[in-house]
Design a protein around this ligand. Structure first.
Ligand code: G4P
Length: 529
């Protein structure tokens, strides 16, 4: 076993996009290249279709698919690739934010016609803040869309990025001829007729060569020369260091559906994307090549079968080697646990693994020991940082609808919150429980799962809250803070970790409160230090 070698050959990343930009299609094409699947259509779309809001079977089906596609691992050119699934649906945005704590880089997919959309903006902002290296894939070049330069401008402005095109389209939509690969200095011709997996590559060492006219015709040859001149004049040269520091984002063009430009993307990706990176814990920076195993839970998935209450905790390995049947320290519980059947994930199956390396994800069977964010080590007491809770967008009181089942309800709520389905706040004044979610869909998911997995029934009452703010007083003993607590008593609650939260009912209240109590800081993220 050579730890350094195994680390070097791993790439763990996520694909982020607004729904419908082509994330699923691109994932599938990447898997085809890796030989992980044999035919298109094997990876089911994991998006929640419009109108599925009250269709519980649909929700269950989605949960099933989301287990299957949580991690897709395959080998390509000697590189072990782990793709972590990031739901595009905005109601599951929090799930995606948490998964982004476990990736070493991302590929951002943008629809050439729609440009930068809302979810892309939000997700890219998180990646930017975390300094995650990003590659951009502009998809659906076989369709009419925005002008490439216009789109690059839009990406720079809306996403606040510094782009550098590594490929450039020749025509688009009906006139799409192919792509000039600036990275490899060749042209991939698009065979619009067959629209199959065939692409013809022509080496073009010098764009001024007459040969170009023969390949793509006079009009496009002229246009390409001008465009490439503009690209080299306007955009910075690709710099791997800048890309790795999230200061520069290379852009590729293609059509995932037509399998066009995907191999180029993958080839560049394995060459430039980072292997597993060091990760900050509260105590110190942990490097992947440290001998001792450490890892953290970034996702928990409940068993699909309601008769078995066990869950699958997804652990990203940060350092050392994870081995089956070895006792590891669950730092929060200060207790050693052994795992007899850790799962590794492949495109269409999961199987028990004996040994895993940094960058890999293992699925551990759990009967309620884990919470999102938990750290596992060989004994050192470290705590990985960076799985924050964001202020939910929706808030409702939750009521017990079956007094005989209050224990079940409590347990169900507790476990669903550990999974990160929603956030629970308990009002200081009367102990009433408030559920906060990112999307309205979660309320139905919670109600359905409480009933089917825990045998408990709940109802909701409306509650007018604009934002949940985590409170940080400059001086907890100050008169100002005491007054804040007294005046705002009705709007104070504790989150699941016991941290005090202010539930502001409107943007106006929020503003007034901030003005009146300048020494009581209000944060929209639970982890603000
Ligand atoms: P998502 O995971 O990001 O939500 O997107 P997904 O891959 O499901 O793609 C959304 C739609 O866009 C799909 O069509 C897909 O076939 C289409 N698509 C993806 N890549 C390309 C491309 O390069 N060119 C063109 N023209 N279309 C592309 P759909 O009709 O919504 O679904 P389906 O019935 O084809 O699955």
């Amino acid at each position: 076993m050579n730890l350094a070698k195994e680390i070097k050959r791993r790439r763990t990343f996520g694909i982020v996009s607004h729904p419908d930009a082509g994330k699923t299609t691109l994932t599938e094409k990447l898997l085809l290249f890796g030989g992980a699947i044999q035919e298109a259509g094997a990876v089911k779309s994991n998006k929640i279709k419009k109108g599925a809001t009250s269709d519980f079977m649909e929700i269950e089906r989605q949960r099933g698919i989301s287990v299957a596609t949580s991690v897709l691992a395959f080998e390509y050119e000697g590189i072990k690739i782990n793709i972590l699934d990031t739901p595009g649906h905005k109601d599951f945005a929090e799930d995606t934010f948490r998964t982004l704590t476990a990736v070493d880089s991302v590929i951002v997919v943008i629809d050439v016609a729609k440009g930068v959309e809302e979810q892309t903006e939000k997700l890219v902002e998180v990646c930017r803040m975390r300094k995650i290296p990003m590659l951009i894939f502009i998809n659906k070049m076989d369709r009419e869309g925005k002008d490439a330069f216009e789109l690059l401008d839009e990406i720079e402005q809306k996403l606040n990025l510094t782009v550098t095109p590594l490929s450039f389209p020749i025509g688009m939509g009906y006139d799409f001829k192919g792509i000039y690969n600036i990275w490899e200095k060749n042209i991939n011709l698009f065979s619009g007729d067959s629209r199959k997996n065939i692409e013809e590559t022509v080496e073009v060492d010098n764009l001024n060569d007459d040969f170009l006219e023969q390949v793509i015709g006079e009009k496009f040859a002229e246009e390409l020369r001008e465009n490439v001149e503009l690209v080299t004049g306007v955009y910075p040269k690709f710099n791997q260091e800048a890309y790795l520091n999230a200061e520069q984002q290379p852009v590729f063009f293609g059509s995932a559906l037509n399998n066009f430009g995907v191999r180029e993307l993958l080839d560049a990706f394995i060459e430039i994307a980072p292997p597993p990176r060091p990760k900050q814990s509260e105590e110190r920076l942990i490097k992947p090549n440290e001998k001792d195993f450490t890892g953290f839970v970034f996702k928990i998935h409940a068993n699909m079968d309601p008769r078995h209450r066990d869950r699958l905790a997804f652990v990203k390995i940060v350092s050392g080697v994870f081995e089956r049947n070895t006792p590891y320290l669950h730092v929060r519980h200060d207790k050693k646990l052994k795992f007899s059947s850790p799962n590794a994930f492949f495109a269409e199956r999961k199987e028990i693994v004996d040994i895993s390396y940094p960058g890999d994800i293992v699925g551990l069977h759990d009967t309620g020991n884990f919470k999102i964010g938990d750290t596992l080590t060989e004994g050192e007491k470290i705590h990985y940082k960076g799985i924050p809770a964001f202020s939910p967008e929706h808030f409702r009181y939750i009521n017990n609808a079956d007094p005989m089942k209050s224990k079940q309800l409590e347990k169900g709520i507790d476990q669903l919150m550990d999974e990160g389905v929603a956030q629970l706040f308990t009002l200081e004044l009367n102990g009433r429980k408030v559920i906060g979610t990112v999307g309205a869909l979660q309320y139905e998911v919670i109600q359905y799962r409480l009933e089917h997995e825990y045998g408990a029934k709940c109802t909701y009452d409306t509650l007018s809250v604009h934002k949940a703010c985590w409170i940080e007083p400059k001086d907890p003993k100050s008169e100002e803070y005491k007054e804040f607590i007294r005046v705002k008593q009705r709007f104070l609650a504790k989150d699941k970790r016991g941290h005090m939260v202010f539930l502001a009912d409107s943007p106006f209240t929020l503003q007034m409160t901030q003005q009146k109590y300048p020494n009581v800081k209000l944060h929209f993220v639970s982890e603000y230090k």
